[in-house]
Design a protein around this ligand. Sequence first.
Ligand code: GDP
Length: 364
Amino acid sequence: GFKTGIVGLPNVGKSTLFNALTRTAAAQAANFPFCTIEPNVGEVAVPDPRLDKLAEIAGSKQIIPTRMTFVDIAGLVKGASKGEGLGNQFLANIRECDAIAHVLRCFEDGDVTHVEGRVNPVADAEVIETELMLADMESIEKRLQGLVRKVRGGDKEAVQQERLLKEALAALENGQPARTVEVAEDDAKAWDMLQLLTAKPVLYVCNVSEDEAAQGNAHSAAVAAMAAEQGAASVVISAKIEEEISQLDAEEAEMFLSELGLEEAGLDRLIKAGHKLLGLQTYFTVGPKEARAWTIPEGTSAPKAAGVIHGDFERGFIRAETIAYDDFIACGGEQGAKDAGKMRAEGKGYVVQDGDVMHFLFNT
Ligand code: GDP
């Protein structure tokens, strides 16, 4: 599955947010096998109203949303790249994540100590980014040394790795995170394998006080501007509100949200933003037994998409019967879509589109 690591300085609201996130997900998804894998790892359902509509039309008994994993990565302090705090363990945890949700303190509260003694989320973001950049530089230099012999021997993979590591190092030495390096398509796989910390996509999560959750504040505006400059994303959230919502049932939660002038729980926005940040999209399988959402990266071919359900589906792939979401709804379901000529037979080369309702035919 896809994993997002929640990072941030101490006392910015990471744990509050993580706990709310997993508790809400557990409560909302009664028929979804929620699990807390480890105390700091939780799986959450990706909210998608389309799935409920499909299930309603098809009379599906069960609704199974697609999932996303969040990891609460505590212990980042200034000096982490030098092994201070939980330094190394912390960096290893981030390395395993596909994306980073960076929680920034945007709330003023004299009772909650700020480790740097002032509320300045843009400066906080830099503190963390700097640690990650230093850690990347150190690991690159080590890896370059380790490659010398293989490169001399003409090992093609080693030559490619060395070239990419040097490009990343040049960016870092220039004060830029590795995600600013433009990577050719042929290098994409090798680049991902390098698992550089600053190559991972970042979502800034602005934790504002309860009364600012709807509009945000000057701090969150500054973060949004910084994010735009970096090609990163940002969301405004109040961890305190999310904590309260996580203790309410769905109806109460909706009333509470509308009182606050919020259309959607911050967690839902956060999960959706995480999904988008990772370049993920959703396709559906719909039947009387269940309506289910599946996650794939944008640009995934039909056989690869089938493989998310089961490896046999990919290996024995024959074709896919496909109905676009809008057609499925407009025609009142599968039979209607079929009658209207909206069901397409697609082969191996088909690139699955967001919202496609898929039915795979395969050899066993
Ligand atoms: P972490 O160290 O980043 O995991 O931070 P915690 O989630 O443990 O939060 C640190 C403290 O800040 C706790 O006392 C929280 O109750 C408090 N806190 C978290 N979010 C907010 C918020 O939005 N407003 C206020 N006033 N306090 C918050």
